[in-house]
Every structure is written in structure tokens, then in C-alpha cells.
Design a protein. Sequence first.
Length: 366
Amino acid sequence: MNVEIKRNDLLKPLSDIGGVVERRQTLPILSNVYIALDETGMALTGTDLEVEIVSKITGVKGEASEITVAARKLLDICRALPEEATLAFKLEGDRVKIQSGRSRFSLQTLPAEDFPRIETSEWNYEFNVSPTKLKHLFEKTAFSMAQQDVRYYLNGLLLELTGKTVCAVATDGHRLAKTEILLDQDGATNHQIIVPRKAVQELLRLLEEGDQVVKVQISENHLRISTEATIFTTKIIDGRYPDYEKVIPTDLPIKLELNKQNLHDILTRAAILTNEKFRGVSIAIGNGQLAVTAHNPEQEEAKDEMAIDYTGPTAEVGFNVSYIIDAINSLAGNEVSLQLKDQNTSCVLSSKEDPKTLYLVMPMRI
């Protein structure tokens, strides 16, 4: 491989694939980036066998060739060079020489033919969507995914395709987030896939809002999301997601329209004196008043109140304050709708400005 490339052209693609390339791998080659050069330009590939990212760089000319080199080291070299720098690559035996001005580096390579690629089957479903809408799906729900739960299907995000609607759902068993977007064309009919947690986190980092089109392809075992510069492929979780519709309560007699910032502030203040492990607060609803109370093992107490425009049934329910704050932060607009019933029923949070999004938080005993 004999090729020259500008430092700024190489830096972003290397950064994009860096999230899936781990420093310490059971297979040494998984710490490497696969670099291929052909008549269309340069392509960089990183994988951890579950997620694969291919970043393309157009306008790079050179003889067709392929190498693998340590991804982190190459990224650190690019970051350390001046912005206007140009890198010259030259392969000599099992090492690649990199020169930029007076800087010279020699990196070990591993055989390109040993680099593993994710083998995908035929795509069953395919649709186009804007990256803004797709990122919205993940941003509104990803924080509710479980982490290292024995119920492995909860360690991911459900995508449900129904005609022109794509619905995203995430739950860790204590809270649930749900939102949906509308497509310009039919995607699929009543088809569900579970996207792994790491893939969702990488997509949140990679997707950039804009007017360009993203192609989404789904097969029996894989999800692929393609932009002009990047091809993102991930395995999907083989499992059945729970019927989330059954856990969303409908008969909630207490319905409040609250100022989002005021609610956020009193919850944040009360949270200072919660138990660090359980983060429980008690929310009491009465005529014209909402009160938040917190206790901790040191017998300390915090209590805060806000005036509300409400007359009706009273209730006092315990919740994990972090779950409520996360939901509030993710809702659009200045007002938040809070619906609840009693200490045995989950509460539902939503916003008039984003009617397709809702959050459910299960109660807890304080």
C-alpha cells in the first residue's frame, strides 16, 4: 500500500470506527482497523464480531491493496499531527511506514485476509428514513435499556415496524420509554427486532442530524444502516420482547399539567437527601399542591412543594427520582403531563409537544 491522505480526511472515519474496536481483544486482529484501497477510494473497517462499521473516504487514489493496523495507535497518530498534515503510507514487509513531514512511524500489520467480516443474509425489509428521525428514536428511549440484565432481551432496544410507523421501546423492568416516527413509505408489517445496547450507543454517536437519507435494511439476524459515508451493521438479539402494551396503564384518574422546569427543580433538590442506592422519593398530590419528600439512612429529610392547578383525588406514591428526572429531561416543550393513580400503579409522563412519546415509571415502596 503506497498512498497519501490528508490527516483531516482520515481522522473522522478512524474516530467513527474507534467505538467498536477494543484495545484488549481475545483475537489480536480485532484491535486492528482493516484498510482497503481500490478505484472508488479508501474504506476503513472496524468490528468486534457483533458490530461492524465501514467508513468510506472518496478521492483517495492508489494501487488496489489492503492491510490491517492497530486502530488506536493510528488514531492517536492522526490526533497528534497538525491539522494541515498529510500522511504517506508505505507497506514494507509486515510493517507499514507512515510519514508526515518530519514525523515517521512504523506500525506492525496483521494479514488482511484474517480480518473477520460480518456475514449477512438476504435483506427481508428495507426502507429509507432521515437521520434526524432515526436519531430521535434512539435518543428518546435508549436511556431506559437494561444493562447486563439476565433477561438478555432487555439489554437492547425494540424496533417495531408496522406499515409506515417505526416504534422504539426500551425497558429495564422498572421503567419504560416508548416513541415512534412516521416513514414516507411502508417499511414492514408487524415485524420486531431487538437492537443490542452497544449498537444503539454507537448509532447515537454516529448519526448526524440532516436532510440526507439513511437506508435501513433488516434480515433474519442483522440490521444494517447505511449513509453516504458509513455502513453500520449489527447482529440483532435473538429473543422475544415482552408485550409492553400490557404494562401501560390506561385508567389513571389523576392528570396534572406541570411546568417542566419547576418539577425538575423540586425533584433535583429533594434528591440530594435520597438513599444513594435506591433514590426513592415520595410524591404527594393534594388540592392545589404537589409535595416531594425524601429520606436517607442517616435520618435526614428533604421536603419541597410546588403549587399546582388541581382539584380531585389525592395520592401519595413513591418513585425512583432518577427515573422521573430522566423522563422529564427527554420530553419536549415546557410542560409535562403527569398521570398516576395510587401507590400500586405506574405513572405515565408525556408532553403535548411530542404526543408520540411516553414514559412509564413503576412505583416503589418508600
